[in-house]
Design a protein around this ligand. Structure first.
Ligand SMILES: [Zn+2]
Length: 573
């Protein structure tokens, strides 16, 4: 028994079978039911989407022995002959090989006679745009005054090549590209009927190769079955079709989001090992990122994404922790790389570099947050206070758990401001470097703050003292020999006040000792004043660094090809 290819075996025999062209089926069914059937139709659309099949169904519907009906019986001899392609009243002409005016003249002579058996003579011209101009002119005469027993059905992939005079005399139906989901569903149905087990992912690959054409998808499935037999493995399909394995795409994007440079390089190595084209892989990756960005931007992508359900679910999961800003930046990188690859002699290198860049790119901090931080800092400098923490960050989207490694490079972890305010000054925790706000991070700062609260003037002087020894029995503070602060604090009143404050603050009866320092600086413990100054410089430097690292700033530098200069505005302080 000869093998009948799937595309022919499962050719739709009724309008109900026609996949993905419901709008055409409905219109033709209505025309047949109401008896208002035009004398000429034109079916347009890509190849393999059901144009010729629809023309044949139409022919059967008109000539079925059971009567004209949108549902031909498919069993009477008229229907069977049409299905087999040897009905005398149905003339199927290939426009590509019968382009001349003589062919059309011959056709005109033929259709003048009444149908031999059926009700109508039906002329189906495939690829009608291939006819010559003279042939079109000859055809036009017939179309203007067709015999009542003739119906014309033209099919074309290129309707724009048809003369307007022809188009205006036909009822036009545009056939759509069939969605991936519908093709996969149809393929599933067919393999089930053929008793073959093929996974959904393999069928999706087959359908994707078909690119919206049912006939191409079925031909591909034939090819796959011939290669794999009844046991179809995903890998075999990948190898046979030379398509980029979806898993590889998924793993590559995962590696990018996980900031895993080694992972992306390994992906490129595998692309090379499989023998895929680097550029095609990049294109598919762009498609993947497009899908992710669309999923992030809209809840129900509907027809925007032509993806199988399983894949859609995977992508949804993947996109959840990402931000749209980051995705868009990665897409621009990939698009730029793709066009570079077309010109480069080193496409692999271009791909490797772009993927590393995408994987190591710092996530976007919204510019509003950055401005907020600067503003807080500026306010702090103006009022003489020192900013200890960063402004609370407003998240525009959740950040993935895999992020912190990279975000740390932009915003180094610093103590949150809330931790400071709730502490009691005397109960000092171990001194924390960098926090010199005079609160309670070390005993000396704690004491100075305490004094400032009670006696602002004495506290301000004390800020300039070096804590030489602080304990329950002794408070020893050093000042430069000729210091104004030393002489002021040495006044008996000041000594008395300071001594009693030290007793209140530290408990017990510590002895107050003010020391004249003979030499300056060096190894002396820093004064509160020095610490504050140091910290402000660090804060400004920190803010500058953050600004330099901000992707927008970096992008501006890259676009304008310049160098970043930070200008300090004169402070009103
Ligand atoms: Zn019939």
């Amino acid at each position: 028994m000869s093998y009948l290819v799937l595309a022919r075996k499962y050719r739709p025999q009724t309008f109900a079978d026609l996949v993905g062209q419901e709008h055409v089926s409905r219109a033709l069914t209505n025309a047949l039911t109401s008896g208002r059937v035009a004398h000429a139709f034109i079916f347009t659309g890509a190849r393999g989407v059901g144009k010729t099949s629809s023309a044949r169904i139409m022919a059967k519907a008109l000539n079925c022995e059971q009567g004209t009906s949108p549902e031909p019986c498919n069993v009477c001899s008229a229907c069977r002959e049409i299905t087999e392609g040897n009905a005398v009243d149905v003339l199927e002409i290939d426009g590509a090989s019968n382009t001349g005016v003589d062919d059309v003249r011959e056709l005109r002579d033929t259709i003048r006679y009444l149908p031999a058996r059926g009700r109508y003579k039906i002329v189906i011209i495939d690829e009608v745009h291939m006819l010559s101009t003279n042939a079109f002119n000859a055809l036009l005469k017939t179309l203007e005054e067709p015999p009542p027993h003739v119906k014309f059905i033209f099919a074309t992939t290129e309707p724009h090549k048809l003369p307007i005079t022809i188009l205006s005399r036909c009822q036009r139906y545009d056939f759509k590209r069939i969605s991936l989901k519908k093709i996969v569903a149809r393929l599933e149905d067919i393999v089930r009927r053929e008793n073959i087990s093929v996974t959904e992912s393999a069928l999706t690959m087959v359908a994707r190769k078909g690119d919206g054409s049912m006939r191409d998808s079925l031909s591909t499935l034939d090819q796959v079955l011939a290669f794999c037999g009844d046991n179809v493995l995903d890998e075999d399909v990948t190898n046979l079709l030379g398509v980029v394995d979806r898993r590889l795409l998924l793993e590559t994007s995962e590696a990018i989001f996980a900031h895993d440079a080694a992972g992306v390089l390994d992906a490129v190595r595998r692309v090379d090992a499989f023998g895929y084209s680097m550029r095609q892989f990049c294109q598919e990756l762009i498609e993947e990122f497009r899908a992710l960005a669309i999923l992030k931007a809209v809840k129900q992508p509907g027809e925007l994404l032509d993806l199988a359900d399983a894949e859609l679910a995977l992508l949804r999961e993947q996109v959840a922790p990402l931000t749209l800003d980051d995705l868009q930046r990665q897409i621009s990188l990939l698009i730029k790389a793709e066009s570079e690859m077309s010109l480069s002699s080193f496409p692999r290198l271009v791909l490797e570099m772009v993927l590393i860049r995408a994987a190591t790119m710092a996530p976007v901090i919204p510019i509003g947050d950055l401005l907020e931080r600067l503003r807080t800092l500026e306010q702090g400098l103006r009022s003489g206070e020192v900013v200890t923490g960063q402004a609370p960050r407003r998240e525009t989207a959740p950040v993935s758990p895999s992020r912190p490694t990279a975000s740390a490079s932009v915003a180094p972890p610093r103590p949150p401001p809330s931790a400071v305010s709730s502490e009691i000054p005397s109960q000092s925790p171990p001194p924390a470097a960098g926090n010199s706000s005079g609160n309670s991070s070390d005993p000396w700062s704690g004491f100075v703050t305490y004094v400032k609260e009670k006696k602002a003037r004495i506290g301000a002087f004390l800020e300039h003292g070096h804590p030489l020894g602080i304990s329950a029995s002794k408070v020893e503070v050093g000042f430069p020999a000729d210091s104004f602060y030393y002489s002021s604090l040495s006044e008996p009143d000041a000594v008395a006040t300071l001594t009693s404050l030290a007793r209140e603050h530290f408990g017990g009866t510590p002895e107050l000792k003010l020391v004249k320092l003979t030499e300056a600086g060096g190894n002396l413990p820093p004064t509160v004043h020095e610490k504050k100054k140091l910290h402000s410089i660090e804060s400004v430097k920190q803010a500058e660094d953050n600004l330099k690292k901000h992707p927008l700033v970096a992008a501006a530098v890259e676009i304008f090809g310049g160098k970043l200069e930070l200008e300090k505005k004169a402070n009103s302080q």
